[in-house]
Design a protein around this ligand. Structure first.
Ligand code: SF4
Length: 329
């Protein structure tokens, strides 16, 4: 399968105020040598706790933020080297769906105009053709023509996310970066929106980077999953394999937090110690070592490389062979 997107060694840091009088600014490494590929038509789930750098990664790809270093190849073209003018056609090809649809929709615009705006900006439709296309898109995402003249505040959270999806679809993108698109929604609505995203993926031949903070949301939509911890990818594998046999203790801990609906299956909790450390002062060596039940001395000083453990299953752990000894299920 061809790669639509390749991300190589992407890095981004932010400078923050130390807060003290005359204090020097400090560096927060939000994204630290992140690499992955995205094949045409697949969904890669990018998962990790809040602040791990997953949303920043999405924004760097679209250049809503500028990366410090690395490469982002979209259809072979390095996005980070393009001028703003050269970026324009790419902004049509790569669309983003946001977590909070309300803040990403202009409250003073009617829904029909919100969905039609990108079509106008890119010169794809106007006049009666524009309206027809907008109504067609509204139908695709489960809205009706009578919603055309309404304002965003008249809709529920799930409906507003449908408006966001229709707007993203309008310009016929090939890649959608969905940044926690269902996190703000009730559980029952989450499933509806995920199903909608799966349906339109088939119908429109879309590729997804699906960002989420827990593994349960992306289980059914992801072909592969990448797990991030404090700015780094710590595991990347075929979804089925990662859920069945994780090779990194942090993925194992995230999986243990996913509720199992079947009472006959039980998970043994791994003792995940301590709090998430501050990204301003990350632990040395393997960032996960202060919380890791498998940690040994080497983990305090040496960063484990992200290595193929077989079958394209990547994990960054010195002792990945031992993962599972505490019993995942
Ligand atoms: Fe745990 Fe060491 Fe593996 Fe890091 S490298 S996840 S501390 S066992």
């Amino acid at each position: 399968m061809d790669n639509l997107l390749e991300v190589h060694d992407l890095c981004k840091s932010f400078h923050t105020d130390s807060g003290g009088l005359g204090g020097a600014s400090r560096r927060l490494q939000a994204v630290d040598q992140v690499s992955f590929t995205l094949r045409k038509g697949e969904t890669l789930g990018l998962v990790g706790e809040s602040g791990c750098g997953k949303s920043t990664t999405g924004r760097l790809i679209l250049r809503l933020l500028e990366a410090d270093s690395g490469k982002v190849l979209f259809q072979g073209q390095d996005v980070l080297q393009l001028s703003q003018r050269q970026m324009r056609p790419l902004r049509r090809e790569i669309q983003m769906i946001f977590q909070d649809p309300y803040s990403s929709l202009n409250p003073r615009m009617k829904v029909g105009d919100i969905i039609g705006e990108p079509l106008q900006i890119h010169g794809l439709a106007r006049g009666s053709q524009l309206k027809e296309e907008v109504i067609r898109l509204m139908g695709t995402v489960g809205l009706t023509e009578e919603h055309y003249h309404r304002y965003p505040h008249e809709f529920s959270g799930g409906q507003r996310q449908r408006i966001g999806i229709a707007r993203a679809l309008a310009v016929r993108p090939s890649l959608i970066i969905a940044d926690e698109p269902v996190s703000a929604l009730d559980l029952s609505i989450q499933a509806q929106v995920v199903n909608l995203l799966q349906d339109i993926q088939k119908d429109f031949g879309l590729t997804y980077l699906f960002i989420a903070h827990d593994l349960s949301v992306i289980e059914h939509i992801s072909d592969r999953v990448a797990v991030m911890y404090l700015g780094r990818i710590v595991e990347l594998a075929n979804a089925e394999e990662l859920y069945r046999a994780p090779r990194h203790p942090y993925s194992e801990a995230l999986l243990n937090a996913v509720p199992i609906p079947d009472p006959a299956r039980k998970r043994t909790h791994i003792p995940l110690k301590g709090e998430v450390p501050s990204a301003l002062n990350p632990p040395s060596g393997c960032h996960f070592h202060p919380r890791c039940p498998y940690a040994k001395e080497i983990c305090n000083t040496q960063r484990p490389p992200l290595e193929d453990q077989g079958n394209g299953h990547l994990a960054a752990c010195h002792f990945s062979d031992e993962v599972g000894q505490f019993g995942t299920f």
